[in-house]
Design a protein. Structure first.
Lengths: 240, 315
């Protein structure tokens, strides 16, 4: 990190080295600050933020898929899995980060465990809802025409559940991008980091605003890309 | 793959659900000759759909046997058995995520047919069921109910099965379209000569499409298995008579045409004229309306074939 991270207390010394008039007067949006600090502050934060999100959603998707397969095949497990993911989702993120520190330490794993646990609720619920929404007659005909059980699942149930699964993926991704800013409480990574630094440096507006806007833009972009994926993967779902 | 129509034999076929009292299908024995349409009809609880699903083993037999061309369905691998039988249901069950072409090609694809073969076959079948080839690339949601049911039929025919199972195929379609689909189905059957098991709760549909009708009563017992004509004219008991309805005499008349009668060789001057392909029911209605006792039957060229009197119609 090129910028210092202040774990607790300590004097906050803003770096006014090359500060412009705009910076000194804490203007709303100092373009010269952006030019100077894009490379050493915002860009790395953005990349870290994307990494944090991708890992969280990826692992969350894998775990939710496994749970959903079991919960769908053996209905008995559906209620406990659902309740567990609900429970994780209700824990306030700040509290969860702090609760995890004694177990996983101060580092990326702590943040990822928390982020993953938030994706589970949305992903699991959407996967189960998608699989349950498959019309019964389509399954009956598939069996009657000679699909094996596995073929029925792979060729009929999975593709028909896809719109709900991708919808879940969109919500999970966007909310992870949002929650990941709070990760800066634990580790100096992601777009939360410049926001916190800005707050600590006498509420330096430009830095807070720029990082916040980047987080919003990232969320919108991810949502747009996944919407595009949905159109490509499930062209039939737009026809109603 | 068998392309010839198959003979289907139910031999004491029985289905008992452990959770329910009495049988759903009780020692059902009947033979459907190759190329015939056998209609299973009866009140709800008569086990018609259960009997149908016994054939493709969607419901396993409790006892007895079902044979297709002499071979027990239990000897076949269940997946292969199902791929060799056409299956159509009331809700159609088209796959919403597949194009019409892919839907029609479902079973051929399972059987490993090449893409080009499936493309040609689905175009062929679209034409057969009276739909434009441009439907191939559409999705089921873009079709009307009647069109979807045609695709359901085309899909069932795709691998050229020797036996078709049709579970209330026209049950969810409005009466006008239903009548048209029935006519088209019968026209197709003239051409294809499949062995068909057709379930309906509608006795009029049964009379219209069936070569033979099996009437099932509560508890899945066979009440009568006969041609529509004989069921209407000689119901074996009150249950069958009640089921076919008080107007069974008129329904029987509807099955025969003026041309089927033995006509008196008279010129019949001054009598009204009707074509030989008029049903006896319509001819009788005509005589009643016109207050006449006889009419002249004419051939397709309009030439008189002979005279039919009112009592000839009712004989």
């Amino acid at each position: 990190m090129t910028r210092g991270w202040h774990v607790a207390g300590g004097p906050v010394i803003p770096s006014f080295g090359r500060s412009s008039a705009c910076e000194r007067s804490n203007g709303w949006f100092c373009t010269d600050w952006l030019q100077h600090h894009w490379g050493d502050t915002l860009q790395p934060a953005l990349v870290q933020h994307i990494e944090l999100t991708l890992i969280a959603v990826g692992i969350g998707f894998a775990i939710a898929s496994g749970l959903a397969l079991v919960g769908f095949r053996w209905q008995l497990f559906d209620a406990p899995f659902g309740a567990f993911s609900d429970f994780l989702y209700t824990i306030p993120s700040l509290a969860l980060f702090q609760l995890l520190v004694p177990i996983t330490g101060i580092g990326v794993p702590t943040v990822e465990v928390a982020l993953v646990s938030y994706t589970l609720f949305i992903l699991y619920r959407n996967m189960i809802a998608g699989l349950k929404s498959v019309p019964e007659e389509a399954i009956e005909v598939a069996r009657g025409m000679g699909f094996t059980r596995l073929q029925t699942f792979v060729k009929v149930e999975l593709p028909l559940a896809a719109p709900a699964v991708i919808a879940g993926l969109r919500i999970a991704t966007v909310s992870t991008i949002s929650i990941a800013t709070v990760a800066a409480f634990i580790i100096p990574q992601g777009l939360g980091e410049p926001i916190f630094t800005g707050i600590q440096q006498n509420l330096f507006r430009t830095e807070i605003l720029a990082a916040g806007m980047l987080a919003v833009l990232l969320g919108l972009t991810a949502d747009g890309l996944l919407a595009l994926l949905q159109r490509v993967v499930t062209p039939w779902s737009r026809i109603r | 793959m068998p392309t010839e129509a198959a003979e289907l034999v139910f031999d004491e076929a029985t289905k008992v659900y452990p959770s329910r009292e009495g049988a759903a299908v009780d020692r059902l024995s009947l033979t459907v000759p190759a190329g015939d349409i056998c209609v299973l009809v009866g009140p709800s609880g008569g086990g018609k759909t259960t009997a149908l699903k016994l054939v493709n083993r969607l419901i396993p037999l409790t006892s007895g046997d079902i044979r297709i061309d002499g071979a027990s369905i239990l000897e076949h691998d269940v997946v292969e058995l199902r791929r060799s039988i056409g299956y159509v249901i009331q809700q159609v069950g088209l796959f919403p995520h597949m194009t019409i072409e892919a839907n029609i090609g479902t079973v051929p694809k399972l059987l490993g047919r090449p893409r080009s073969w499936i493309k040609t076959r689905s175009a062929e079948l679209l034409e057969l069921v009276g739909l434009d080839p441009s439907y191939a690339k559409r999705f089921p949601a873009q079709l009307s109910g009647g069109e979807r049911q045609r695709i359901g039929l085309a899909r069932a025919l795709a691998a050229n099965p020797s036996l078709m199972l049709m579970d209330e195929p026209f049950g969810a379609i409005d009466p006008i379209v239903r009548a048209r689909l029935q006519d088209e189905f019968l026209r197709l059957q003239q051409e294809l000569r499949k062995t068909v098991v057709f379930v309906t709760h509608d006795i009029d549909e049964a009379i219209k499409v069936g070569d033979r009708i099996a009437i099932l009563r509560e508890g899945g017992r066979l009440a009568q298995y006969d041609t529509p004509q004989r069921i209407l004219e000689r119901p074996v008991d009150d249950f069958v008579a009640d089921f076919v309805g008080r107007d069974r005499a008129l329904k029987a008349l509807a099955l025969r045409k003026l041309g089927d009668l033995e006509l008196s060789p008279a010129t019949g001057d001054g009598l009204p004229r009707l074509a030989a392909d008029t049903s006896l029911r319509d001819a009788l209605a005509f005589l009643v309306a016109e207050r006449r006792d006889a009419l002249v039957v004419t051939g397709t060229d309009g030439a008189p074939l002979g005279v039919a009197r009112r009592e000839d119609l009712l004989r």
